[in-house]
Design a protein around this ligand. Structure first.
Ligand code: ADP
Ligand code: MG
Length: 694
């Protein structure tokens, strides 16, 4: 209690206290804010936010994505034109030359152990005053053997103390250099290193002889040797996987406890009528999935089922039928989608599906108007609304249900563990159905979702034609435009995807805005062209998506926001610029936006590099195989979505390459969870709170 009191107060006292270490124990919540770190002003704060760093903990766990190993060279061992890293002393006063346009160049002589060499460096005039004769420096650059001159890329005002230096390289953003990030991290560690929570319980720290968190963080950001680096890397990976597996284990155990589910009878004849009224016949896999779900709903145990099927395999209709079955037994259903576009689309489809019924449905997203929200909350609570579709707005605290009987999450890997837990907790013992189009390779899935039942849709709906995929170079853009034109002339629609929205300083990637201009130039007034992206207000997004659905827009240019779920059968062509920037699973999802009607569809990948990987797309159209390939090539990253959205994108660990550590962490975390003696551990309480509170 006292500790908490101190910690809270400390926030106000801020930087003045220097002995904060004493009052903050390991595992206590980090109280310092990012702006308290010396050197971080409003400008750098904004830049750090841009790369998803919001807290001191985020900052110090912004791990290097690789290391530059600087080994010192002798002048003799380096070939002409090769990179050199060499220590020495400045032997002559640097001569500075200034050119027009702010360009300058400095020359001096350097004495090294292997001889004297000339050094020249551009645009470092500011270093002149420090480069006095006799100063020890490390020069990094390219050696010209004939002239005996190093053209330096960098000069460090320190000589390497060891034979080698390992320099961290961080993901940065424009305006924020590697050096800035490194400086902020080290300052944060110096000021608040002891406050950073550690998620490994003491007994495991001892068992594996791990270094404490602060030391480990210090070493991962400033490795002294490769061995040390390896050691702390394993420790930090273990920690991350331990916390993750703890949560998974906890959810599994809780689920088992709640096994006692809703037992109800479902009127099969009425359900059958819905199925018969569909404009198409269900595939056998769909029928089986519906049967499995209905059996689960009726059974006394609680359903915990994953419905997986490739893009376009028709999972949505299965989920609607599950909701109808649930409704027929008198309960409310909730369908949660990861994006507003998708939630809105599901809502309209559901509306259409239920048009001849009096089932009351509603849509709830972050942008639902306040007074509408209030009404929805009321009607959910009193049971007027039978089915609700929405984004994570569905799991906000204000939302209470009358009798939630079924919870469905679409594209479940995009939701965090605690979000899933939250939705489950909304009803008393609602049945839960997860849907995913990004299959997780079996071994990994078994580890992570070991307690789930799985329904798989392999078969595609009848009449679908194979989507043709081709890889094109940027120089072949004319062909691409012609291919687009052919489809447009046949009254079909086209998606065009770019990796970025707007131009950015340090990237020459294709942008949505630029493409819009180019497409307008190419297609003039003949076709309506518009854009949609994640930064647009959601009303604007909806409007554009609706217009595209109604064929009022023929060419839709977008980022990957349309990656999941969007369903416009008349769109037959998908063009993806800078395709090498995307993982295969993302490309497959994007490709899945076409080929949804009966017309032949095509996917055109434009890229000048990475041809071999992209060729896989030309040959393979099975999402399960693609996800295996992706897994081999990129690890889990792409499978589980981006950092912000999934809980399975780790900062340092990888499910694939650290699978052994994962298995150990799984075992240990389960043992820890089940050990009653540690039930009062602040760490355990904290881990559990992080799941249940979200
Ligand atoms: P996904 O599995 O990617 O979520 P959807 O549920 O969006 O796929 O289905 C893709 C399209 O296929 C939709 O337009 C849907 O109406 C249609 N569809 C679903 N099942 C069938 C079927 N059995 N026969 C024909 N079309 C179907
Ligand atoms: Mg879907």
């Amino acid at each position: 209690m006292l500790l908490i009191f101190f910690s809270k107060n400390y926030k106000n006292i801020g930087k003045r206290i220097k002995k904060y270490d004493i009052i903050c124990q390991e595992g206590s919540d980090s109280v310092a804010e990012l702006k308290d770190v010396k050197g971080i002003g409003p400008k750098s704060l904004a830049l750090l936010n841009k790369i998803n760093i919001y807290t001191v903990e985020d900052l110090v766990t912004h791990y290097p994505f690789r290391y530059e190993i600087l080994k010192r060279n002798d002048l003799q061992e380096v070939e002409d034109g090769e990179k050199i890293v060499i220590d020495g002393k400045v032997e002559s006063i640097p001569i500075l030359m200034r050119f027009k346009a702010g360009l300058n160049k400095m020359n001096f002589r350097l004495v090294t152990q292997s001889g004297v060499v000339g050094v020249s460096i551009f645009n470092r005039a500011f270093l002149k005053s420090q480069l006095t004769v006799g100063t020890g420096v490390t020069v990094i650059g390219k050696l010209d053997k004939k002239k005996n001159v190093i053209t330096a890329a960098d000069i460090k005002l320190e000589t390497l103390s060891n034979k080698m230096k390992i320099e961290p390289v961080y993901h940065a953003t424009s305006g924020l250099t590697n050096k800035n990030i490194s400086t902020y991290i080290n300052m944060a560690l110096l000021m608040y290193g002891k406050e950073i929570p550690d998620y490994i319980p003491e007994e495991y720290m001892e068992r594996y002889h791990f270094s404490n968190k602060k030391t480990s963080l210090n070493l991962i950001h400033n490795p002294s040797t490769e061995e040390k680096l390896k050691e702390v890397t394993i420790r930090l990976k273990y920690e991350e996987l331990f916390a993750f597996m703890f949560k998974i284990n906890y959810l599994k155990i809780e689920n088992k406890k709640k096994k006692q589910g809703l037992e109800r009878k479902i009127d099969k004849e009425k359900l059958e009528k819905f199925i018969n009224d569909l404009p198409f016949e269900l595939t056998n896999d769909q029928k089986t999935a519906v049967d499995e779900i209905v059996a689960d709903l009726e059974a006394p145990h609680r359903m915990n089922r994953l419905l997986q099927g490739d893009v376009g395999s028709g999972k949505t209709i299965v989920s609607f039928l599950a909701m109808i079955a649930n409704h027929l037994s008198g309960y409310q259903s909730a369908l949660m989608a990861p994006t507003e576009i998708l939630a809105t689309q599901h809502y309209h489809n559901l509306e259409n599906f239920l048009k001849n019924t009096d089932v009351k449905i509603a849509l709830l997203t972050g942008s639902t108007a306040k007074k509408d929200k209030q009404k929805i909350y009321e009607e959910l609570k009193d049971g007027t609304i039978s089915m609700i579709v929405g984004t994570h707005a569905l799991i906000q605290e204000e939302v209470q249900y009358h009798n939630l009987g079924l919870v469905i999450t679409d594209e479940q890997h995009r939701f965090g563990v605690h979000q899933r837990a939250n939705l489950q907790n909304k009803g008393k013992k609602p049945d839960v159905l997860y849907m995913s189009a990004t299959p997780i390779p079996r071994t990994y899935a078994l580890t992570i979702f070991g307690d789930m039942d799985v329904s798989t849709i392999k078969e595609r709906p009848k009449g679908r034609q194979k989507i043709t995929t081709v890889v094109k170079k940027n120089s072949e853009i004319k062909d691409v435009l012609e291919m687009m034109y052919k489809e447009l002339k046949a009254n079909h629609q086209v998606y065009v995807i770019a990796p970025l929205i707007e131009e950015s300083e340090n990237s020459d990637l294709t942008t949505v805005c630029k493409l819009k201009d180019q497409m307008k130039l190419a297609f003039k007034e003949h076709y309506k062209i518009d854009i949609v992206h994640g930064k647009m207000a959601s009303a604007a997004k909806d409007m554009i998506m609706n217009q595209f659905s109604n064929n009022e827009i023929q060419i839709l240019i977008s980022t990957t926001v349309i990656e999941v779920g969007v369903d416009v059968p008349n769109a037959t062509t998908m063009v993806i610029f800078d395709a090498d920037r995307f993982g295969l699973s993302t490309l497959h999802q994007l490709r899945g936006r076409v080929g949804r009607g009966s017309s032949k569809s095509q996917c055109i990948l434009i890229s000048d590099s990475d041809a071999e990987r992209l060729k896989i797309m030309e040959q393979v159209d099975d999402g399960f195989k693609i996800s295996e390939e992706d897994f081999k090539l990129r690890g889990h990253g792409d499978l589980f979505g981006t950092k912000q959205s999934g809980d399975m994108s780790f900062k340092i660990a990888s499910i694939k390459s650290d699978y052994k550590i994962l298995l150990q962490a799984k075992k240990d975390s389960k043992e820890y969870l089940l050990n009653k003696e540690t039930d009062n551990d602040p760490l355990k309480i904290k881990l559990i709170e992080s799941i249940t509170k979200g």
